[in-house]
Design a protein around this ligand. Structure first.
Ligand SMILES: Nc1ncnc2c1ncn2[C@@H]1O[C@H](COP(=O)(O)OP(=O)(O)O)[C@@H](O)[C@H]1O
Ligand SMILES: [Mg+2]
Length: 167
């Protein structure tokens, strides 16, 4: 499924709508170039996942992992500073992936072999200065269903978007 965002708040809104469908144990893998909107999207995910707007700060800048407490814990992992996948091995990422929270991973493509097989993949692309395409692919039954349901509900949900493909 590909959605189109016209501005940052729309990206947050799409994230929020997806976040509201996530539950404990879910993992979302974010990909896309620097400045494309991964952190904006995660801001929405966290809000949708029940983290209060005022609690949520931004991307983890010095730490790699930020934890937020809500009804369900929300973990924001940013691997921007990771030079090679090996460096991630000591971080205990699998504990987050298997844990009781919702986990969002920025620069997920830096840890291809450490990511869980079943995951919600979000790939953002530039389409203009303030426009982005947001490609959403569910890997594994749970996430495939989630994307399918999201796609069906999307037109009446107020997200200005076009659904090109369903995976
Ligand atoms: N449609 C859009 N969606 C998301 N961000 C956008 C959009 N248009 C412009 N922007 C800007 O792009 C930047 C995205 O930053 P950020 O989310 O930190 O990117 P990343 O985490 O991918 O490096 C922000 O400054 C935001 O205001
Ligand atoms: Mg970021």
């Amino acid at each position: 499924m590909i959605l189109y965002s016209q501005n940052p708040s729309e990206t947050i809104r799409i994230g929020k709508r997806i976040g509201s469908r996530l539950k404990a144990g879910d993992v979302v893998a974010l990909m896309g170039e620097l400045g494309v909107g991964k952190t904006q999207f995660i801001k929405g995910l966290a809000q949708g996942g029940g983290i209060r707007k005022s609690t949520y700060v931004s991307s983890p800048s010095f730490t790699i992992i930020n934890e937020y407490q809500g009804k369900v814990p929300f973990y924001h992992i940013d691997l921007y500073r990771l030079r090679e996948e090996k460096e991630a091995e000591g971080l205990g990422l699998e504990e987050y992936f298997l844990g009781e929270g919702i986990t969002a991973v920025e620069w997920a493509d830096r840890i291809p072999s450490l990511l869980p097989e079943e995951v919600l993949r979000i790939h953002l692309h530039y389409t203009g200065k303030n426009t982005r395409s947001i490609e959403i692919v569910g890997k594994g039954k749970r996430y495939e269903e989630l994307v399918k349901k999201f796609g069906v509900r999307c037109p009446e949900s107020g997200v200005r978007s076009k659904i090109l493909n369903k995976f």
